[in-house]
Design a protein around this ligand. Sequence first.
Ligand code: SF4
Length: 297
Amino acid sequence: MLTGIHFLLTYKCAFECDHCFVFGSPFAEGTFTLAQVRDVLEQARQIGTVKTIYFEGGEAFLFYPLMLESIRQARALGFKSGIVTNAYFATTEEDAALWLQPLAELGIADLSISDDAFHFDEQDNAAKRARRAAQKLGLPVGSICIEQPTVAANVARKKGEPVVGGGVMFRGRAVEKLIADLPRVAWDEFTECPHEELEKPGRVHVDAYGNVHLCQGLCLGNAWQTPLASLVKKYRADAHPIVAPLLRGGPAELVRAFDLPHEDAYVDACHLCYRARQALLDRFPQYLAPRQVYGME
Ligand code: SF4
């Protein structure tokens, strides 16, 4: 049952991290207008099962007035709200409080702050300053920490599991930037999608182009062409040209179903899935979009 809508409020970001799924950067295009936010919120209300609305990106705080007004409207419709941020704005703890105080007044349910070496390299970094400020304001705050890929020696591995740990999922820029020299697993071992509920999604991401993502760049349709509530109601995983093979036999089956060229081995299931989807972009533009999350403008 769909209970969460996550706005990719913008693809713009203050940073350009190597592990970013969606190729966020200071130069990325694709930011919601307030009218588009209103439209999606109204559709979310019509779905009837949605409880929580998240605002993320890119970096949602780059469009601060839009983010605040969007949260206010989501709250007015009775949704719980959450935000994901890298807290780039937290120059000091006192300054961070200036940005966070209005969120405390709006009553958000979660503030998730990215705090890892991809985003920051100092010990007392912006994420930690924002976290302390949020705690003082009584905001519910958590951290997201993705580590550099590591290779754990002598650890038993189940079939289809990557050899690499650290929490990076190899989609988007992570594939372009982080895979060199990492150990790989035979392509036909990746027989399931390990991370997403593709059959009955519990949450979807919506971007400013109207794309409704089941996983970054894998879409169930476009909300500017068909209203979100209708897309969700009509979604059938077994009729989706990309999801159906993924459910039958993971990224390996996606490769087989379309007879795609492939390498002998990949770092993880997402690496194979991302490369297979990239090869299918021109064939299924309504389901594999936007091109910028595949590193193509
Ligand atoms: S296997 Fe594909 S659909 Fe599943 S989480 Fe990885 S990239 Fe997304």
